[in-house]
Design a protein around this ligand. Structure first.
Ligand code: NAD
Length: 493
C-alpha cells in the first residue's frame, strides 16, 4: 500500500487537525485502497470554523467595495485555471470520475467565479413609491452572514462554486463541509484560496461525517444560511437541523430524470444525448437521464441501437484518455444498484446488457453500462435514483401519455426530449414538471443557466443571476425628511 496523503482543515486561514486528532481515510474507487487521510471534525471543530467565519463577517469583508471582493473571486478563477490539472487528478483519484472530465471541469468552473465577480456590483437597491408624506424609503440588499455549504462527493468543484461564488460576491463568509466519501479535492482548493490572500476566516473548509460534523454545522446558532447538495434523506435532516437556528435553506437534491424519444427524432443525436445522460460519469450525476421512453413505432430498432452502443463503452482506469466509464464511487452505491436490478428482474424487467459487476470489480467498484426493458415505470430501476449507469427503457404511444409518464415520479430535476418538431418540443418541455429540460441535447451547464429542481428534487436555484440574491436579505430603511417632530406617538402611521 502506498503512503497516505495527509490533509488538514482550513480554519481561520490556518491548516489544522481536528481537536481530538481523529481522522478518516478516503478510498481510491479504482482499486479500493485508502490513499488519503482527512481530519474528522468534531462539534468543537465546527464551532471553531463557524466562529472564525462570524469574526470575518464582523470584520472588513462585507464592507469592502463589491469590486474589491470581486478581485478575490477573479483570483480564485485564475488559480483554478492554473491548477486544473492538479485538481482534476486529485478529484479523479478520490472519486473515480474520469480525469478528462474532472480536469476540464476544474478549468471551466473558473467561469463561475468570473461570472459572480462581474455581478458583485450589479445588485441594486430600490427607492420605494411610499404612501407617506415626508418620507424617503429605500431597500438595500445586505449579506446574510455565515453560510454553511454542504457538498456531496460528486462534481465538487462545480457544487462548491455555485454556492461560494455568489456568497462571497455579496459579502457573506462561508464554512464548506466536504463529503466524507471524497474530501481531498476541497483541501487542494483551499490551498488555492489561501494563495489569493483572501482575509482570514472568510472561507473555511472542514471535513467529517454527516454526524456530528454536518449536523453541528447546519444547526449552529451563528449559521444563517445553509446551501445543501445531496440526497433527499439527508435533506430532511438538514431541514430539521435548520429548526434549531432558523437558517435559510436551499436544497439541490437527486433526480430520476425522464427522457422521451419521438419517432421523428434525429436518432444519432438522440443516441449520443442518451449516452451522455446515463453513461457519462458512469451515471453518477444528479441529472442522469435514467428513465427512457421510446415511441412505439421506433421502439425495437432504437432500443437495439442503444444496447449496441452501450456494449461498446470502454470501462477502465479513470486516468486513461480512452476510458469512457470509470468505477463507481463506493461499494455501498454498487450494492444499491445490484439490489434494484435484482428486484426489477424479479418483477418482469428484461436485461438487455450489463447487470452484473464487471470483472475489474475484483479491485475497484466497476459496473458496466446496463439497459433494462421495463413493462411499467414503477419497477425499482425505473423509479428509484440509482446514481449509476443503469437505463430503464419503456414504450409510449402518444405525446399526452408520455408527458403523464414523465411527470409520474417523485423527482423533478432534469428531463430530455428528442424531436425535430419544434412545436412539440415547446409543448412537452412546458408540460414537464422539472427544473431543467434539454431539447435535442443533454448534460450541459453554464454559470448563466439556473440549475435546480422541482418536487422532491429540492428548492432554490443555483447559478444564474437570480441566485446571487439568495445570498442577500432585503433591508428597508426609512428616512424622515421633515424638520417637524413626529405626530402622535401612540398611533401607527
Ligand atoms: P449525501 O446526501 O449522502 O451527502 C451529502 C452531504 O451531506 C455530505 O457532505 C454529507 O456528509 C452531508 N450530510 C450527511 N448527513 C448530514 C446531516 N445529518 N446533516 C448535515 N449534513 C449531512 O449525498 P452523496 O451521496 O454525497 O451525493 C449523492 C446525492 O447527491 C444524490 O442523491 C444526488 O442526486 C445528489 N446530488 C444532487 C445534485 C444537484 O445539484 N441537484 C448534484 C449532485 C448530487
Amino acid at each position: 500500500m502506498s503512503k497516505l496523503k495527509k490533509y488538514k482543515m482550513f480554519i481561520n486561514g490556518e491548516w489544522v487537525d481536528s481537536e481530538n486528532k481523529k481522522t478518516f481515510k478516503s478510498l481510491n474507487p479504482e482499486n479500493n485502497e485508502p490513499w488519503a487521510e482527512a481530519p474528522e471534525a468534531s462539534e468543537k471543530d465546527v464551532d471553531k470554523a463557524v466562529k472564525s467565519a462570524q469574526k470575518a463577517f464582523e470584520g472588513k469583508w462585507p464592507n469592502l467595495f463589491p469590486r474589491e471582493r470581486a478581485k478575490y473571486l477573479k483570483a480564485i478563477a485564475e488559480q483554478l485555471r492554473e491548477n486544473a490539472e492538479l485538481l482534476g487528478k486529485i478529484e479523479t483519484i478520490d472519486t473515480g470520475k474520469l480525469f478528462k472530465e474532472t480536469k476540464t471541469q476544474a478549468n471551466y468552473i473558473a467561469e463561475y467565479y468570473d461570472y459572480y465577480a462581474g455581478l458583485a456590483d450589479k445588485v441594486e437597491g430600490t427607492v420605494l413609491p411610499i404612501d407617506k408624506n415626508n418620507m424617503q424609503v429605500i431597500t438595500t440588499r445586505v449579506p446574510i452572514g455565515v453560510v454553511a455549504a454542504i457538498i456531496p462527493w460528486n462534481s465538487q468543484m462545480l457544487l462548491t462554486a455555485v454556492k461560494l461564488a455568489p456568497a462571497l460576491a455579496m459579502g457573506n463568509t462561508v464554512v464548506i463541509k466536504s463529503s466524507e466519501l471524497a474530501p481531498a479535492t476541497l483541501f487542494e482548493f483551499g490551498k488555492l484560496i489561501e494563495k489569493t490572500g483572501i482575509p482570514k476566516g472568510v472561507v473555511n473548509i472542514i471535513s467529517g461525517f454527516g454526524e456530528p460534523c454536518g449536523k453541528a454545522l447546519t444547526s449552529h446558532n451563528l449559521v444563517e444560511r445553509v446551501a445543501f447538495t445531496g440526497g433527499p434523506e439527508t435533506a430532511r435532516h438538514i431541514i430539521k437541523n435548520s429548526a434549531e437556528n432558523l437558517s435559510q435553506v436551499s436544497l439541490e437534491l437527486g433526480g430520476k430524470s425522464p427522457v422521451a424519444v419521438f419517432e421523428d427524432a434525429d436518432q444519432e443525436n438522440a443516441l449520443n444525448g442518451i449516452t451522455a445522460g446515463i453513461f457519462g460519469a458512469s451515471g453518477q450525476s444528479c441529472i442522469a437521464g435514467s428513465r427512457l421512453y421510446i415511441q412505439n413505432s421506433i421502439y425495437e430498432n432504437f432500443l437495439e441501437k442503444i444496447v449496441s452502443k452501450a456494449k461498446k463503452i470502454k470501462l477502465g482506469s479513470p486516468m486513461e484518455k480512452d476510458t469512457q466509464m470509470g468505477p463507481l464511487n463506493s461499494l455501498k452505491q454498487l450494492e444499491i444498484i445490484e439490489k434494484n436490478i435484482k428486484l426489477t428482474l424479479d418483477q418482469g424487467g428484461k436485461l438487455k446488457c450489463g447487470g452484473k459487476r464487471h470483472s475489474m470489480s475484483n479491485k475497484g467498484y466497476y459496473f458496466p453500462p446496463t439497459v433494462i426493458e421495463c413493462n411499467n415505470h414503477n419497477l425499482p430501476t425505473a423509479e428509484n435514483e440509482l446514481f449509476g449507469p443503469v437505463l430503464s427503457v419503456m414504450k409510449f404511444k402518444t405525446e399526452k401519455e408520455v408527458v403523464e409518464k414523465m411527470n409520474d415520479n417523485q423527482y423533478g430535476l432534469s428531463s430530455g426530449i428528442y424531436t425535430k418538431d419544434i412545436n412539440r418540443g415547446l409543448r412537452v418541455s412546458s408540460a414537464i414538471r422539472a427544473g431543467i429540460t434539454f431539447v435535442n441535447t443533454y448534460r450541459l451547464i453554464s454559470p448563466s443557466a439556473p440549475f435546480g429542481g422541482m418536487k422532491d428534487s429540492g428548492y432554490g436555484k443555483e447559478a444564474g443571476i437570480e441566485s446571487i440574491k439568495d445570498y442577500t436579505r432585503i433591508k428597508t430603511t426609512w428616512f424622515n425628511t421633515s424638520d417637524k417632530p413626529m405626530d402622535d406617538p401612540f398611533t401607527m402611521g
